[in-house]
Design a binder for this molecule. Structure first.
Ligand SMILES: Nc1ncnc2c1ncn2[C@@H]1O[C@H](COP(=O)(O)OP(=O)(O)O)[C@@H](O)[C@H]1O
Ligand SMILES: [Mg+2]
Length: 424
């Protein structure tokens, strides 16, 4: 079988790596891929959002399964185009992808189907939103409605901050049309966790639990990023909380998908805030999380190709998923200055030494090749991911591997997994 993976980050490197392990997969292509993926798949010079070119390639090459990594092609309707051309694809169609593509839609969906979420109001007028904030007070969270590459959410401690955020989104249009509407919501205080499921619209298969680290610096300080590290499983989700999530979040969400007749054959990622032992949904993503997918797939024993193909074909009920007992920890290495501006083109050393180790995978994100050398080309550069028999061992393995890697201005958090260790 031939598989096409769309995207170019650490998530896609992990997907390609795992798909390649399937005995049913003969060849993997990746569009556009990255320097790490090149070793496992044929990378194509097609952008992740060039739907026509991707479909043409899938037809021409006779691709059996296309797996979409990032959200942009999903909200733009790549699945609709592939299905119309009768090509098998993993991911929700345009109607399903609205769960991520519009925060207003997602919040209204949650309210309609009774999912626990922060109290909120949506606005198309900046003035009305300002009035509401003055009435409600702070802290408050302001969210641009549409896709904003993880930059459209502002947790505001003062009214001035909130007003600035509103103006940036709605008046200055910092995120373009994504800022025509906003969600203003109650600020929840608690611990965040990520809960992903596979669904074909009928059956739900939960993936292993995980926890991301959004802030750039140790101790959850500094600005938000795409994610600086993750581990799986997340001990904050104990048995009791797990069943609460299934009952109060996943069951009503599935009911909503069916009622709204969404054609959903993919991943649903619920970003949760746990407040006093209760899960609240902060947002939905319509694809695999990044970096969470890196540690999660390290722990997967089952055949990922079978799982994704069955999802795409509406046969998810036939799938059994087995996880390793081991814990996995992923530490993201970023360029100095990220999530702000950063320099590119720094030579990365030490990667060869880490190849071929059973317990370690260095997933690439922002890397590229320059005169035969691997150099940095993005904010998040690598995801150093390690397995261990418990969380301490996995953390130790990840950080030991990290010591081998070097580039000018490399940054990483030193406290990934400490929350889980403290919990023991
Ligand atoms: N209601 C809320 N209360 C407190 N923090 C929030 C709330 N909503 C979002 N956040 C914080 O902002 C981050 C980003 O928000 P999220 O809704 O996940 O949007 P996105 O991932 O699209 O930027 C969350 O990971 C969380 O840290
Ligand atoms: Mg998020």
């Amino acid at each position: 079988m031939k598989v096409l993976v769309i995207g170019s980050g650490g998530r896609e490197h992990a997907l390609v790596w795992k798909l390649r392990q399937s005995s049913r997969v003969d060849k993997v292509f990746c569009a556009p891929g990255n320097t790490g993926i090149v070793e496992l798949a044929e990378c194509l010079d097609i952008k992740a959002d060039d739907i026509d070119a991707l479909l043409n390639f899938a037809k021409y090459e006779g691709i059996d399964l296309t797996v979409v990594g990032p959200e942009a092609p999903l909200t733009a309707g790549i699945v609709d185009s592939f299905l119309k051309a009768e090509r098998r694809i993993f991911g929700p169609d345009k109607s399903g992808a609205r769960l991520e593509g519009s925060k207003v839609f997602a919040k209204n969906f949650m309210r309609k189907y009774g999912l626990p979420t922060a109290e909120y109001k949506t606005f198309t007028s900046c003035l009305h939103a300002e009035e509401y904030i003055r009435l409600k007070g702070v802290p408050v969270v302001i969210k641009a409605d549409g896709l904003a590459a993880g930059k459209g959410v502002f947790v505001c401690e003062t009214a001035d901050e909130a007003i600035d955020a509103l103006r940036l989104i709605m008046k200055e249009k910092a995120f373009g049309d994504a800022g025509s509407k906003v969600v203003v919501e109650q600020c929840l205080k608690g611990e965040e966790a990520s809960f992903m499921i596979l669904t074909d619209g009928k059956t739900v298969v939960p993936l292993a639990t995980s926890q991301d680290h959004k802030k750039i610096f140790d101790g959850d300080k500094g600005p938000n990023t795409g994610g600086m590290g993750a581990y799986s499983p997340a001990p904050v989700i104990d048995k009791n909380l797990y069943s609460k999530i299934m009952k109060t979040v996943i069951d009503p969400m599935m009911k909503g998908l069916k009622r709204e007749r969404m054609n959903y054959r993919g991943v649903i990622y619920a970003g949760l805030m746990i407040v006093d032992g209760k899960p609240y949904v902060l947002e939905f993503n319509c694809r695999f999380g990044d970096p969470e997918t890196q540690p999660i797939l390290m722990r997967l024993d089952s055949d990922l190709f079978d799982m994704l193909k069955a999802t795409a074909e509406g046969r998810l009920s036939e799938v059994q998923v087995i996880w390793k007992e081991d814990t996995a920890v992923c530490v993201v290495v970023s360029s100095k200055g990220y999530p702000g501006t950063y320099e590119k083109g720094k030579i990365i050393e030490g990667l060869d030494e880490l190849k071929g180790k059973r317990n370690i995978m260095v997933f690439h994100a922002g890397t590229s090749l320059n005169k035969g050398k691997i150099v940095t080309s993005g904010g998040r550069v690598l995801g150093v991911t390690a397995l261990g028999k418990d969380i301490q061992t996995a953390k130790g393995n990840a950080y030991k591997a990290l010591e081998k890697i070097h580039f000018d201005g490399m940054h990483y958090r030193t406290d990934i997994a400490d929350k889980a260790i403290k919990r023991q």
